[in-house]
Design a protein around this ligand. Structure first.
Ligand SMILES: [Zn+2]
Length: 139
C-alpha cells in the first residue's frame, strides 16, 4: 500500500523537523495532497493512525489539504480549479483539458511544542508555514 510508505517517510521527515526545531511533541502535521497525486487521503489518514504510535507525532493531528488541479473548457473559455478529476465541463458538458497543478505531495507544516526551552513561549512554534527549505517534498 503506497500510502503506508508515504506516511512512513512523512513521519521520518516530521521526526527530523521536530528534532531540528527542538519540538518535544508534535501537535499537528499539515500535508498538501494534490488531487492528481494518486494518493487517497483516507488511506493516508489510516496509515497515520497506524504508524504514529511511538513517534514524536503520537498525539498529533493530521491535516490534509487537497490541492486542486486546473482544467480548461475550450467552449466556455473558462479555467476551473477542481478538487476532483472531472472529464466534462460542469457548465456545458464539453470535454475539458487538464492544464496542470494538483500533483503536489508535500509536507506543508509541522506544529509542536518546544519542550526544551519552555521558558520561551515564542519557541512553541511552527515550522515551514512559509515553505522554508526544510519543507520537504515527499516524492
Ligand atoms: Zn464549458
Amino acid at each position: 500500500m503506497h500510502e503506508v510508505d508515504l506516511m512512513q517517510s512523512t513521519l521520518q521527515t516530521v521526526a527530523r523537523v521536530a528534532e531540528q526545531n527542538s519540538l518535544g511533541r508534535v501537535s499537528c502535521i499539515g500535508l498538501r495532497v494534490g488531487v492528481l497525486s494518486g494518493v487517497v487521503p483516507e488511506a493516508l489518514q489510516f496509515a497515520f493512525e497506524v504508524l504514529r504510535s511511538g513517534t514524536v507525532a503520537a498525539d498529533a493531528k493530521l491535516q490534509i489539504e487537497i490541492v486542486p488541479a486546473r482544467f480548461w473548457c475550450e467552449n466556455c473559455q473558462v479555467e476551473f480549479e477542481l478538487a476532483q478529476f472531472e472529464f466534462e465541463c460542469a457548465r456545458c458538458g464539453w470535454p475539458m483539458v487538464l492544464r496542470g497543478g494538483g500533483t503536489a505531495l508535500e509536507l506543508a507544516f509541522v506544529e509542536g511544542e518546544n519542550t526544551v526551552a519552555q521558558h520561551n513561549p515564542a519557541n512553541a512554534g511552527q515550522f515551514g508555514k512559509s515553505s522554508g527549505p526544510a519543507a520537504g517534498r515527499l516524492t
